[in-house]
Design a protein. Structure first.
Lengths: 567, 446
């Protein structure tokens, strides 16, 4: 083992650091630290001048560890690591000390303390650097095919999005037909086409695409492996078919809530849901004259707090449809808020009002009541503006219910090691910035499997998931973090805590040389360190942050405080 | 082999996400942003609904990832000058405005900004603070390079000063810099030019611009933000006092056929967020949100409203105020509105009533970016009646514009929040990949 030779570079960052921290003092101090072979200060270590100086000093002093004390690793660590690499030093032998954000910025009004803190942080950085080890990044290849589960509009679009990029796709649909929920829908918002007119050409395109294999009447039985290398068992007619894919897209949709027990649904024949209403008129029934639509049935209530997002749109669409066919019809929409967000939905809300559809707000504490024996004849509702009850005649009552998560989501969620949210829909990695990804790499979600979404939104999500899934496939390889967890099999007690806490499903208990122990799959591990913290035996260690490295930092901090001397 | 380069116009969250996805797919991306930094409107927000993550904290890593990507070339402070050609073969001329700063030398240290004697209103803080003539638009700007505002700079307007040149240790100031014209050949264009806030002064009844303590939503975001002009202290304009009661007025200019007929989609939620944040900062602060419909339709949004009501003392009042007046003595705005919900205790007639508060926030309509019309003309693009980029087949091609090979995502094609903008951005990237990947172009018509 060659002697450890640490180089320390302290940055002034113009005035950003140098204006508060007395950089020359920090430099002099760093020279006194063990194993430090060279120290210099730079006006900007990140400038081309600073970077080439790092490279030169590595060569000149035979440095095998580099510490830069400067602004922030967030933006600058990659830069300094690259400089090390260019000089032939493994980039994991680099350590960052943040003396801008941790010193000059937060202690702007106390230069002496800021300087003192900078020295201490440098001492800790150097202590850790002495124990750094070179790391290799793990690379694995990606099987050039994708699995799409669910053949509704989202699944079909995702399949086409990938196939048109030249990627092989397996589309697994449980039913005997493609199309999903909208097969039962009569006409489509916003343009009003009959569903078949648009659904048929889309399904045709999917069926005829030579890059797409459609598995109808099929279900996914089991999924193993990880990004780039998933093994999938698909079952159809009792036969199991094994597929290999590099990425998986979940597009299993959702179903309309059947509001049993609410508003005498299923007791009265003329109280139906929106979907039943659409189906009925697909088959060409007579348009009714007096219709009352009740919104938020089974939605936005304590047991089911969420809003169905587009069910208001469906109510508006169907109200307009009745009025256009039967201008004399009386159509009331009883609602709590009309969710006509954006341009098109608001426009159709206005059009509905122009056509004479009446929108009336009801109070969920005092909901409408269905009157009638054997069939609904009228609806009684509290008119909030007039402050009294009114009775609306009803030949038909249509209940607007939200989409609800499918029953077998939990099964799929376990199989794919991806989470579900409280409402039972699939839970994305980040609500805002990673809306169709999971924290598990290589698995994506789109359409109403994620949350109720109309077709434009489902299709956008489907394309988005195709974009994400195509990235590893186009690249052909995935590179994993080098800073991963590692289990020392000799001390592992196989308690399984690590398996429980890993958010990425990267740890498993497996038989090995020392019996049953935890094993980390480096391709899945993101180096978050949860398992390391959870391990009661100290068997789980994280490279780059192992006990020895961290304790050396704490030791370096404590030694001065307790008046001890360096090694 | 098709052209594998793409121009993305607009560096907000939508343009950034689309660029990262395209770059990761192996395309060469030119990201054209008009202002000196990418980031867009999201950079100006304090927190984001419905989880209250700090906007900048989640945006900054994306900005850095985008700018640092080997396949992305950032063209900030630049604009489209001309576009010729068709899908797969566009010739795009980009005009790069002079910054008078050598980007290869500037380290963003800020020494020049400190010494620059000229102060002008700061657009990042929506005019609530001042910036210098040589400036970094905000601390996390990407690229972290300064720009000289040629309309404000004393040397460039009056011929005297050059202080920045003297203090710059990196020798980055270059007063000789000229406008640059770049010719790019690309296969597709992706538009993500976002929105501008509608100026609520035209709704005279609300007194914006006349009543000091009536501000807009975007102004409020800057006031409550730790990096804003008041360091995150909610100081009302008239006297710097922290308000005890705040009224938010929804649909200001939105859902109004006299102004913007559409729903701006994000304001019910941002008002709720802003009311929550105010109460987090000042637990005694009470908010009133005057709304028509509380459009909380996204994942976790209803739950957010419930929390606002139950935990953060937010009252939702269903009414569209007719007028705002001011108490001259206290400078408190008074909101006049119709009671629309019959209360059992009161008489069964709707009454006009009023509420005196310390601060009013107008949640103004959000409109397509001002320069958007000109850009559409250059591209021969159709716009919809409200001026957003028209989408021909909303159902199955929700990011395709009227021109083949040109896609649109985010707020420029219709009001939407951050998650939806991010989704559309990735969707648009997928569409580009589809049309430019088809080795066998027959497939598309199969
Ligand atoms: C009454 C009503 C009217 C509507 N009207 C409109 C409208 O006018 N305009 C509009 O834009 N939107 C409308 N919608 C919304 C539209 O239905 C949804 O946007 C759309 O269905 C979402 O598509 P999806 O592919 O995500 O899900 P789905 O359509 O639900 O498709 C999911 C598919 O996955 C399959 N599947 C499920 N689980 C599995 C499994 N484990 N393995 C294999 N396959 C599985 C299902 O069989 C199904 O085929 C309406 C919805 C309703 C209820
Ligand atoms: C007060 C307020 C609060 C909000 N709070 C939230 C929230 O909490 N959560 C949430 O999800 N959403 C929120 N939003 C909405 C959010 O801001 C938008 O959804 C989001 O910014 C849209 O991103 P974008 O990229 O489409 O547009 P923008 O952010 O507007 O970005 C567009 C970019 O394009 C550039 N550009 C424009 N024209 C050109 C041109 N011709 N050439 C070159 N560049 C050009 C602009 O300079 C800008 O950088 C809020 C909005 C407001 C007004
Ligand atoms: S979209 Fe559905 S759940 Fe939401 S308000 Fe409308 S009807 Fe109720
Ligand atoms: S010339 Fe003067 S005004 Fe202009 S940027 Fe430099 S210091 Fe500022």
């Amino acid at each position: 083992m060659p002697k450890t030779r640490v180089g320390v570079f302290v940055c002034h960052c113009g005035n950003n650091i140098g204006g508060v921290v007395r950089v020359p003092e920090v430099v002099e101090y760093a020279r006194t630290l063990p194993n430090v072979a060279c120290v210099e200060d730079n006006l900007y270590t990140c400038s081309e001048e600073g970077l080439s100086s790092i490279r030169e000093q590595i060569a000149e002093h035979g440095l095998n560890r580099v510490v830069v004390a400067s602004c922030t690793p967030r933006t600058h660590e990659p830069l300094f690591r690259e400089a090390c690499e260019q000089a032939g030093l493994n980039k994991y032998l680099f350590e960052f000390v943040n003396i801008r954000e941790h010193c000059s910025w937060v202690h702007m009004h106390d230069p002496a303390m800021a300087t003192q803190k900078a020295k201490e942080l440098v001492r800790m950085g150097v202590a850790k650097a002495r124990f750094l080890e070179p790391q290799e990044e793990f690379e694995s290849s990606v099987f050039p095919a994708a699995l799409v589960i669910g053949g509704g509009v989202a699944g079909m679009t995702a399949a086409l999005g990938l196939a048109n990029q030249g990627i092989q796709v397996h589309l697994v649909e449980r039913d005997q037909e493609l199309g999903g929920l909208i097969r039962e829908v009569r006409t489509l918002f916003p343009a009003g086409q009959a569903t078949e007119e648009v659904l048929q050409p889309l399904a045709e395109q999917v069926r005829n695409h030579r890059q797409i294999t459609v598995h109808l009447g099929s279900e996914v039985e089991d999924v193993g492996g990880f990004i780039g290398d998933f093994d999938v068992a698909v079952k159809a007619d009792g036969q199991v078919n094994n597929l290999k894919v590099g990425a998986v897209i979940v597009a299993t949709g959702a179903e309309e809530l059947k509001p049993t027990g609410l508003y005498r649904y299923s007791e009265l024949g003329n109280v139906v849901t929106q979907l039943e209403f659409e189906e009925r008129f697909k088959r060409g029934a007579d348009v009714p004259r007096d219709v009352v639509i009740i919104n938020c049935v089974g939605a936005r209530i304590p047991e089911r707090t969420y809003c169905g997002r587009f069910c208001c749109t469906t109510a508006i669409k169907n109200a307009i449809w009745i009025k256009e066919r039967e201008p004399e019809a009386s159509v009331f929409v009883l609602h709590r808020d009309v969710m006509a967000y954006g341009v098109q939905i608001e426009e159709s809300y206005r059009r509905a009002m122009e056509l004479g559809v009446r929108f009336l707000r009801y109070d969920p504490e005092n909901p409408p009541q269905i009157l009638g024996d054997g069939r609904a004849e009228a609806v009684r509702v509290q008119h909030q503006l007039m402050g009294k009850e009114i009775v609306l005649p009803a030949e038909l009552v249509v209940l607007t219910t939200p989409l609800v998560a499918r029953d077998d989501n939990p099964r799929l969620s376990k199989m794919l090691k991806v989470p579900l949210g409280g409402e039972g829909f699939f839970l994305e990695a980040h609500l805002k910035l990673r809306p169709i990804e999971f924290s598990t790499d290589g698995v994506y979600v789109c359409g109403s499997a994620r949350y109720p979404a109309n077709i434009p939104e489902s299709v956008s999500q489907a394309y988005a998931s195709a974009a994400k899934a195509s990235i590893p496939i186009r690249e052909g390889v995935v590179r994993a973090e080098a800073i991963t967890a590692l289990c020392d099999e000799r001390t592992c007690s196989a308690c399984g805590n690590c398996v429980e806490v890993c958010p990425f499903g990267a740890v498993e208990l497996q038989e090995g040389r020392f019996g049953r122990t935890a094993q980390v799959n480096p391709a899945q591990c993101k180096g978050c360190g949860c398992c390391v913290a959870a391990c009661p035996s100290g068997a789980m260690q994280q490279s780059g942050f192992n006990d020895r490295q961290l304790l050396s930092m704490i030791g370096a901090l404590a030694e001065e405080m307790t008046g001890g001397v360096g090694e | 082999m098709s052209n594998r380069s793409v121009v993305v116009v607009g560096g907000g969250i939508a343009g950034i996400q689309a660029s990262i996805d395209l770059a990761n797919m192996g395309f060469r991306v030119y990201l054209v942003e008009q202002t000196p930094s990418i980031g867009g409107r999201m950079a100006q927000l304090d927190k984001t609904f419905p989880t209250n993550d700090c906007s900048m904290c989640i945006l900054a890593p994306k900005m850095i990832e985008c700018a640092g990507h080997e396949n992305v070339e950032l063209l900030t402070y630049s604009e489209l000058a001309e576009v010729r050609g068709t899908e797969d073969d566009f010739k795009v001329t980009v005009r790069r405005k002079p910054r008078y700063v050598d980007l290869t030398r500037c380290t963003g240290c800020g020494d020049c900004t400190e010494k620059c004697p000229r102060r002008v209103p700061d657009e990042f803080n929506v005019g609530l603070g001042k910036r210098k003539a040589i400036y970094l638009p905000f601390p996390q700007a990407v690229p972290r390079k300064v720009t000289i505002d040629e309309e404000a700079c004393l040397y460039l307007t009056k011929g005297r000063c050059r202080v920045c040149e003297e203090v710059c240790q990196a020798g980055a100031i270059d007063f000789e810099q000229q406008e640059e014209i770049l010719e790019l050949e690309v296969g597709a264009l992706l538009l993500a030019t976002g929105f501008d806030p509608f100026d609520p002064a035209s709704l005279e009844e609300y007194g914006y611009g006349k009543i000091e303590n009536v501000i807009t939503g975007l102004e409020y975001e800057r006031l409550i933000c730790a990096s804003g002009p008041t360091g995150g202290h909610l100081e009302r304009p008239s006297d710097g006092k922290v308000p005890g009661a705040v009224a938010f007025i929804q649909c200001v200019g939105s859902r109004d056929v006299n102004y913007k007929p559409y729903c701006s989609s994000v304001c019910c939620m941002h008002a709720t967020k802003e009311a929550i944040l105010a109460n987090e900062h000042y637990p005694d602060l009470k908010s009133f949100i005057f709304y028509t419909d509380m459009r909380a339709v996204g994942k976790q949004f209803q739950e957010y409203i419930i929390r606002a009501r139950d935990e953060y003392d937010v009252s939702y009042v269903r009414s569209r105020p007719g007028k705002i007046t001011v108490d001259e003595e206290t400078s408190n705005p008074i909101v006049w509105y119709d009671e629309t919900v019959y209360s059992e205790a009161g008489d069964p007639v709707r009454r006009v009533t009023s509420l005196e508060v310390d601060l009013v926030v107008l949640c103004q309509a959000l409109v397509p970016h001002t320069d958007h019309q000109e850009m559409a003309q250059k591209l021969g693009l159709e716009l919809d009646e409200s001026g957003f980029i028209a989408i021909e087949d909303r159902l199955f091609h929700p990011v395709d514009t009227s021109v083949a090979g040109v896609f649109a995502c985010g707020f420029c094609q219709g009001p939407q929040d951050i998650p939806d903008s991010v989704i559309q951005a990735s969707a648009a990237a997928a569409r580009v990949a589809e049309i430019l990947s088809l080795e066998d172009r027959e497939l598309e018509h199969a």
